[in-house]
Structure formats: structure tokens, C-alpha cells
Design a protein around this ligand. Structure first.
Ligand code: SAM
Length: 485
């Protein structure tokens, strides 16, 4: 294994990536927010240009850590080859829980936690973000992987959000377990302003105080703030911080990640997020001058993150694990047609349309929106992606589908036939009023051409990425604190 590469995104299963690319004792801080065993599909909502949520829902990934042959094999592997205590625990839980989704989730997580413990520096810390559905089981596993004496905190993050049950108390908190690898861990204590209790005049004179603090120390305490407890109520969930929202359902707030990173790392340290979704931990790390490594198995998440890093900091992040040539593109298409489609769309920065396609959008896989008209009316290039055999009928269909749009783009893994090219040429041109220029109405691009840098011939997009919901520019200044508890 080479030395650790930082400020990179890895596309793939984190278990394989960790084993292949991340050396022992190389990471200062790990934050992980794995998919819960919630039996639902995670969806990504993309935003239209004006910031309105679009109809397009994408089945980003199915949270299917079911009891399959892989889970069975992983179970045997942990029991027979894993650290002794971990094997014993998993064997006992298997006896009690049985072979179901919860057990599958636990064995998959155990395998990954063993690898994460390996890559952590002796001074490092791990924060595992979960909810009460599985937190009690996960803590048993963490105790065995890290050692019970390395348990540091169970942080309860409280928030409010819509949704109301009449038969239970409202479930509005997550659990974040904090473990260290040894006693020599990093912790920069964090403070928040006191809400009330000590009142100091502008000149620093103590006017009144409540509680047990002596007046002589009150000023010092007031200036320093209150050491943060293990329950956090001052951070809003990402869906309430509208300017942060990128449409990724499980997106976490930047303030939460900033607190964790400030507390358990120093400038220049390396932060790893092996389930990084739309990259909140990476953005917080970059903002706080830490190095970072992100891993995600979904190409949509990778595309979102890449755009977010570009929009927030102007960074063009390197992605490892994406197809780099025709052979690896073919391998991805064979392995997963949808991932291939999303990856192909990202080559031209097109927005995937997802599964809920209505009426005229049937048959379209993605779109690029652009404005080339003084009236500001958005126009579309509609995109189809094909990984299998293609013929002239596919181009006829695209012509029909793109009839009401500016352009039709056909991306194909296999080379187009002569009749396909003739059919595309016979579609004529789209005239852009803003640029006073003609562009071929139907364009065929092969994956090989795209990998060699060929681009769609279309009017320039007015912003870098109007297609994705845009991330706010992040300043290196400290973010605003939200109202206190
Ligand atoms: C709960 S989301 C993380 C959200 C993230 N904290 C954020 O703020 O955007 C979990 C992520 O884990 C990814 N994932 C699931 N299984 C994975 C695996 N085996 N390897 C890598 N990523 C995985 C999913 O694609 C998803 O993006």
C-alpha cells in the first residue's frame, strides 16, 4: 500500500477502498454516518434553476443490507478471523437476533469498524453517527473493536423537524458515539456562550450572577464560555438551514461537523468520511484547514460532492475509482446499469432525471439546463444514455423526445452505426438567439470520445453549475453561531 493520498474522493465500497488504499495508522479523525437499517430508499431531490424542488427523484441507493450470502460470508469471516472478542460478540448476537436485516447491518458495520480502527492513528478519534434504531447494538460492537476504556462520549444531538406521532414521544435525536484509539487522543475543548445566569457590564463589572459560580470568577467564565456538554441542542438539522440544502436527504449540518472536527483534530490533520454522501464532513474539513478523504458507493453522491467542493472553494477534486478508459466503463455498465448512467451523465455535467418521469420526459435520462435567451427562459438539452446495443431507431426516438427542447444528446458505449449518424445529421440545427449561432440539434457522443475530452456542442452555461443545486461559497472565517440553548 502506498502512502496516504489526501484531498481525494473515492468512488466505491468503503470496505474495498479502505483495504486497498488507506494505510495503517494514517488518519487523525474519522466521522461516519452510515445508512441506518431503515428499510427505505434514500432519494436525492435535485433542484431546478430557481431553487424550487424538482419532480425528479433519484433512487440514490437502496439501503439493502439484507441477510444475503455476502452477509453470511462476512459473519463467518468475523467469527473465525476477526479479533477474538469481536468474534465472540458477533456470534452471541447472531444467536439472539437471528439472520435478519439488523444482523446483516451489524456484521457489515463490524467489518468496516475493524478496518477503520486499523487506519486510525494512535492519537486519533472516531465519531459514529447513528440513531436509536441500532445504537445499542453498535455500542457493543464499538466497545469490542476499540476497547471499552476507549469509549469517550455518547453525544445526543437534538433537533426539531416536521413529522408528528400520536402514539409515541417525538423521536428527535441522533446518537453520536465518540471513541479514541488510545489514551493519547486529541481533544480541543469547545465552549459555547452562557445563555444566562451571569450578567457583566460592558466595562467588565459583574452585575449579577446565579448558580454556584463565585462573582470573582464570573467574568473569566463569561469570557471563556461554557464547556460543551454531551447533549447538543444548538445545531439545527440541515433541512432547516435552507442555504446549505443540496437536496441530499441525509445531509448533515455543517455546524455539526465543524464542532466535531475542531474538537478532535488540528490544522493539517487528516479527516476521513467513509460514507460521505454529499460531503458535509469534507467541506467542514477544508474550511478548517484540515486535509480530507471521502468515500461513497453512489456516483450521484460523488457528482454532488465534486460540485459542492467546486462551488464552495473552487476545488477540482480528484476522484479515484471512476472508469478511466473504455474497459473500465464497460465493467461498470456490466456491474450496475444505473451507476453507469449516472457516471456517464456526470461526464457532461447533466442532471439525472431519475425514475419518476412524467409524460414527455419518458425516455430521457438526464438534462442540462441553460439560458441563452435575453428573456431568461431556461432551455434544455435532453440526454439519453445507452450501455447496450444501439441502432437507428434509438436516434429516431430521441428526435421525437427532443422535439420540444433545444438539443438532444445521445451518449453511447458502443460506436454508432452509419444510419444513426445520418439520422442525427438530418435533424438539422438549433439556433441560439443569445449567441446567434447554430448548434447540431441531435448529437451523438461515445463514451470513448467523452473520455478523450470531447464535449457537447452547446451554448455556454451562464454559471459553472446551474444544473445542480449550488452550494454556497464557504468563507474561511468562522461560521455564525446559531442561537444558544
Ligand atoms: C447517511 S448518508 C451520509 C450523509 C452525509 N453525512 C452527508 O452529510 O451528506 C450515507 C452514505 O453512505 C453511502 N454508502 C452506503 N453504503 C456504502 C458503502 N458500502 N461504501 C461507501 N459508501 C456507502 C451512501 O451512498 C450514502 O451516500
Amino acid at each position: 500500500m502506498d502512502t496516504l493520498k489526501t484531498n481525494v474522493l473515492y468512488y466505491g465500497d468503503n470496505l474495498e477502498i479502505l483495504r486497498k488504499y488507506i494505510p495503517d495508522n494514517s488518519i487523525d479523525l474519522i466521522y461516519l454516518d452510515p445508512p441506518f437499517n431503515s428499510k427505505k430508499d434514500y432519494n436525492i431531490l435535485f433542484k431546478e434553476n430557481g431553487g424550487v424542488e424538482s419532480e425528479a427523484q433519484i433512487k440514490a441507493f437502496t439501503d439493502t443490507w439484507h441477510w444475503t450470502q455476502t452477509a453470511e460470508n462476512t459473519y463467518h469471516d468475523i467469527v473465525t478471523n476477526g479479533p477474538l472478542k469481536v468474534g465472540q460478540l458477533i456470534g452471541a448476537l447472531h444467536d439472539v437476533i437471528g439472520q435478519n436485516d439488523v444482523m446483516a447491518y451489524l456484521v457489515m458495520m463490524t467489518n468496516r469498524l475493524i478496518e477503520l480502527h486499523r487506519v486510525l492513528k494512535p492519537t486519533g478519534s472516531l465519531y459514529l453517527h447513528c440513531d436509536p434504531t441500532a445504537s445499542h447494538y453498535l455500542k457493543l460492537v464499538l466497545d469490542q473493536v476499540f476497547g471499552p476504556t476507549n469509549f469517550r462520549n455518547e453525544i445526543v444531538w437534538c433537533y426539531t423537524s416536521p413529522g408528528h406521532s400520536k402514539r409515541d414521544f417525538q423521536r428527535k435525536h441522533d446518537i453520536i458515539f465518540r471513541y479514541s484509539k488510545s489514551e493519547g487522543y486529541t481533544l480541543n475543548q469547545q465552549f459555547v456562550p452562557y445563555k444566562s445566569g451571569i450578567h457583566v457590564s460592558k466595562e467588565g463589572e459583574v452585575l449579577a450572577y446565579k448558580g454556584t459560580v463565585k462573582p470573582s470568577r464570573a467574568l473569566e467564565y463569561e469570557q471563556r464560555g461554557k464547556p460543551i456538554e454531551d447533549w447538543w441542542t444548538d445545531i439545527y438539522s440541515a433541512d432547516r438551514v435552507r442555504k446549505e440544502m443540496l437536496g441530499y436527504e441525509t445531509q448533515k449540518p455543517l455546524a455539526l461537523l465543524e464542532r466535531i472536527i475542531k474538537a478532535s483534530s488540528n490544522e493539517g490533520d487528516v479527516v476521513l468520511d467513509p460514507f460521505c454522501g454529499c460531503g458535509t464532513a469534507l467541506v467542514a474539513a477544508q474550511k478548517l484547514n484540515r486535509r480530507w478523504v471521502g468515500i461513497d458507493i453512489t456516483h450521484l453522491a460523488i457528482a454532488l460532492m465534486r460540485n459542492r467542493l467546486k462551488d464552495s472553494f473552487g476545488i477540482d477534486a480528484e476522484v479515484i475509482g471512476e472508469p478511466v478508459d473504455l474497459a473500465s466503463a464497460k465493467a461498470l455498465a456490466r456491474q450496475d446499469r444505473y451507476q453507469f448512467q449516472w457516471w456517464a451523465l456526470s461526464l457532461i455535467e447533466a442532471r439525472p432525471l431519475g425514475e419518476k418521469k412524467k409524460g414527455a420526459d419518458k425516455g430521457i435520462d438526464g438534462v442540462i439546463q441553460f439560458i441563452d435567451d435575453p428573456s431568461g427562459k431556461p432551455k434544455r438539452a435532453v440526454v439519453q444514455v445507452k450501455s447496450g446495443h444501439v441502432g437507428v431507431n434509438a436516434i429516431r426516438e430521441l428526435r421525437a423526445v427532443a422535439a420540444n427542447d433545444a438539443l438532444g444528446i445521445f451518449i453511447t458505449l458502443e460506436p454508432p452505426t452509419g444510419p444513426m449518424q445520418t439520422e442525427a445529421v438530418s435533424a438539422g440545427f438549433y439556433h441560439s438567439p443569445g449567441w446567434n449561432k447554430d448548434y447540431p440539434k441531435i448529437q451523438i457522443l461515445t463514451i470513448e470520445e467523452l473520455l478523450h475530452g470531447k464535449a457537447v456542442d452547446m451554448p455556454p452555461q451562464t454559471q459553472t453549475s446551474v444544473t445542480f443545486a449550488k452550494a454556497q461559497k464557504v468563507s474561511k472565517k468562522e461560521g455564525e453561531q446559531l442561537p444558544m440553548q
